[in-house]
Design a protein around this ligand. Sequence first.
Ligand SMILES: [Zn+2]
Length: 249
Amino acid sequence: MRELPETLSHAYLITGGSEGSRREYARRMAQAYLCQGEHPPCGRCLPCRKVAEGIHPDVSWVAPAEGKREINVEQARMIRTDVYIRPNEGKRKVYILDPADSLNPAAQNALLKVLEEGPPYGAFLLLAGQQGKLLDTIRSRCEHLALPPEEEPVDPQRLQKGARLARLLLEGDELEVAEGLAALEQEKLKPAQLAELLAVAEEQAARSLALQPVRASAVVRALKTCRENAVYNPGAGHVLGWLAATLHA
Ligand SMILES: [Zn+2]
């Protein structure tokens, strides 16, 4: 996943990747705007968690109305009015236009002014698969961030490794888990690889929910939180240590 910019501008055009990765990136940007932690986005403070759960009152996802293909001019005017109402609880007010290439030309024109000279706390994330549909005047008012192409699908070996990790966490005692995680740490996985491994293990552990509801839900929860943190945290050791500690708290 592409790194977030160091200082945040008020408007970004986010292209590339897949629809899913653009959304995930926008969610992290929204966290970065609103985070109260030391290293935004920390992923752990209240605003970060609210953004992740989609319940932060200062983050609005704007999409075409149900059954419609375009974000229309009324929606754009609503944003234009709403942005001048100060944030509810955060320091910024974030609008995520998803997808921005569904803004029809009238809607784009209605947004030009706030993109250029909206209130200082306003932030706009325009997600687009095809930026060609956006007016030059819109594009020139946004900083452009191109996400890398989607990564390869999970290979069978990694699938096996994820399943092994899930089994260890579900069935191992404290010592076995500690040893297994220490061995994993020795592999010096990159953050993206670790996040992927944790995602596979989470999927596998979720299959045991019916059989071992208490244990499996604790494992799934721990893996999910660790996976989310793996994206922010540089050290695999830290993430894995945290995983062991959470499971045997
Ligand atoms: Zn935070």
